[in-house]
Design a protein around this ligand. Structure first.
Ligand SMILES: Cc1cc2nc3c(=O)[nH]c(=O)nc-3n(C[C@H](O)[C@H](O)[C@H](O)COP(=O)(O)OP(=O)(O)OC[C@H]3O[C@@H](n4cnc5c(N)ncnc54)[C@H](O)[C@@H]3O)c2cc1C
Length: 473
């Protein structure tokens, strides 16, 4: 038999529109489908609890999609370089295919493996799958990375249209006989206590649900997206972020499904015109995801360092256990903040508008370093994303590129009256709002706002932005 190929799955847990799988299938040799739980390579950030829960179910779902086309998913744990080495040897593989990642540590791991495979005479090929616009392809006229979203977005729109999704290959042969782990032995699910009840109720991970969700969103919600995307009580956004995070759906699929849906609309009707506007607004959000990765690639330090070094001198308050627990558990006595934090704890998600409010409250009213909030989101969000999480926290904190200015302090009460006018969302997650046990406000909103602005006034604003540090693939 000829040498089999290995497809190494990572943040692309799908069979549809999967270039690495497609390339391996086109090669015509038997295929080993491999997922590595890499908790050993240096620099990789360990997954949070909610992400581990999602990953478990996503791998089950991927296993089933692969079985439908006659393939098998092999699971291995360990440093990716060692595992690839041993699976290549076990299978006698002649080629390894994967889809690219954009974080610095991930790129270092991948580049090392690519070099080692090639040196050993094994073909190693990477493809573009998770971003429509790879970070080194969208640059300013001076060849520099973008720091501001709107020109980045315009520049993406001026590029050739993203490619169409690839077909699923169902004439591939599985290479069997490579030993793998049992998913249950990875202990990705919580046991004592089992805190995942709310996640199970809210989510069904997997590519089948992702596509169904996209199609239902386009048919039912697109025409009200512009008017309602900021209303947390409405189910008005796509809910696709965890599916995109894990690559159960690709941005190419989202882009083209949306474009063809729009092409089928009669724009002379008001419903059709609203849906077309909704599509533009929705695809613009999808490009925010691309922009987050653009920033992560060019400024890898964005995950842990202030993009504006002036913030290195910011007089942050001590994150005491009492204050952090009140915020994390939704017991600050500020109803919209508490509703958001309880939504997150129960379901692993939080509406975008409310994310901005709870983040502003932490960073400004409580004057706590954005990295504390980013860490909590990393642990509790099912869509916890290496790029979007840090970029958005820095955006709210004012420490990022193209960020909201620090002096823009969201007032959670005004935000609630504007975006949750009937307190529907608040009552859903804070049913005890009128009970005696509901806590009084942790801080006075007016006084804490003033203290935040005084603290901001104390730092020098003229230090330059960090220089870009990413290098091409
Ligand atoms: C403090 C903070 C932290 C955040 N952390 C994350 C995170 O870890 N992971 C994450 O995916 N999003 C994060 N976001 C962005 C945003 O809140 C979510 O992407 C959005 O709520 C997901 O809901 P949806 O899929 O229904 O969005 P839709 O409105 O349907 O948007 C479609 C897609 O566009 C992308 N998108 C939308 N808004 C943004 C944005 N501001 N930045 C980057 N991509 C965006 C998402 O992939 C989303 O699924 C964060 C926002 C804030 C303010």
């Amino acid at each position: 038999m000829s040498a089999p190929s290995i497809v190494w799955f990572r943040d692309d847990l799908r069979v549809a529109d999967n270039p690495a799988l497609h390339e391996a299938a086109q090669r015509g040799e038997p295929v080993v489908c491999l997922y590595i739980l890499d908790d050993a390579s240096s620099g990789l950030r360990p997954l949070g609890g909610a992400a581990r829960w999602w990953l478990h179910h996503s791998l089950e779902s991927l296993g089933s999609s692969l079985r439908d086309i006659g393939l098998e998913l092999t699971l291995r744990r360990g440093a990716a370089a060692d595992v690839i080495d041993s699976v290549v040897a076990d299978a006698g593989a002649g080629a390894v295919f994967w889809n690219r990642r954009y974080g610095e540590a991930e790129r270092t791991v991948d580049a090392g493996i690519k070099a080692a495979l090639r040196a050993a005479g094994v073909e190693a090929r990477s493809s573009q799958a998770s971003l429509m616009f790879e970070p080194w392809t969208v640059l300013t006229g001076q060849g520099a990375p973008y720091r501001v979203f709107t020109p980045f977005y315009r520049s993406c729109l001026a590029q050739p249209e993203p490619r169409h999704p690839l077909p699923v290959d169902d004439d591939v042969t599985a290479f069997t006989g490579v030993a793998g782990d049992d998913l249950a032995d990875w202990n990705l699910l919580p046991t004592t206590p089992d805190w995942a009840g709310g996640l199970r109720e809210a989510w069904t991970p997997g590519e089948k649900t992702a596509l169904e969700r996209l199609r239902a969103f386009l048919a039912d919600e697109l025409s009200s997206y512009v008017a309602e995307q900021d209303l947390p009580a409405q189910d008005a956004t796509s809910g696709l972020s965890p599916y995109l995070r894990w690559g159960e759906i690709s941005p190419f699929q989202v882009w083209h499904e949306t474009r063809s849906f729009v092409a089928s609309l009669d724009r002379r009707t008001s419903e059709g015109a609203r849906a077309a506007d909704g599509a533009s607004a929705f695809l613009r959000q999808l490009v925010w995801r691309e922009f987050s990765y653009h920033l992560l690639f060019h400024w890898p330090q964005i995950t842990h360092s202030n993009m504006r070094p002036a913030f290195d001198d910011f007089p942050w308050a001590e994150p005491t256990d009492v204050v952090m627990e009140a915020w994390q558990m939704g017991r600050t006595g500020i109803p919209l903040v508490d509703a958001g934090m309880r939504e997150l704890w129960q379901t692993g998600i939080m509406h975008n508008r409310v994310r901005m409010v709870v983040a502003s409250f932490l960073v400004k009213n409580l004057r706590i370093d954005w990295r504390e909030g980013e860490r909590w989101f990393w642990d509790t969000l099912v869509d916890a994303d290496p790029a979007a999480n840090a970029v958005n926290w820095q955006w709210v904190a004012g420490s990022g590129v193209d960020a909201a200015p620090y002096f823009r302090v969201f007032n959670p009460e005004l935000q609630a009256s504007k975006f949750d006018p009937h307190r529907e969302y608040i009552r859903r997650f804070v049913p005890d709002i009128d009970a005696e046990t509901y806590p009084p406000p942790l801080v006075d909103l007016k006084e804490s706002r003033k203290a935040a602005l005084d603290a901001y006034a104390s730092i020098s604003k003229d230090r330059a932005l960090g220089e870009p540090g990413g290098s091409g693939d």
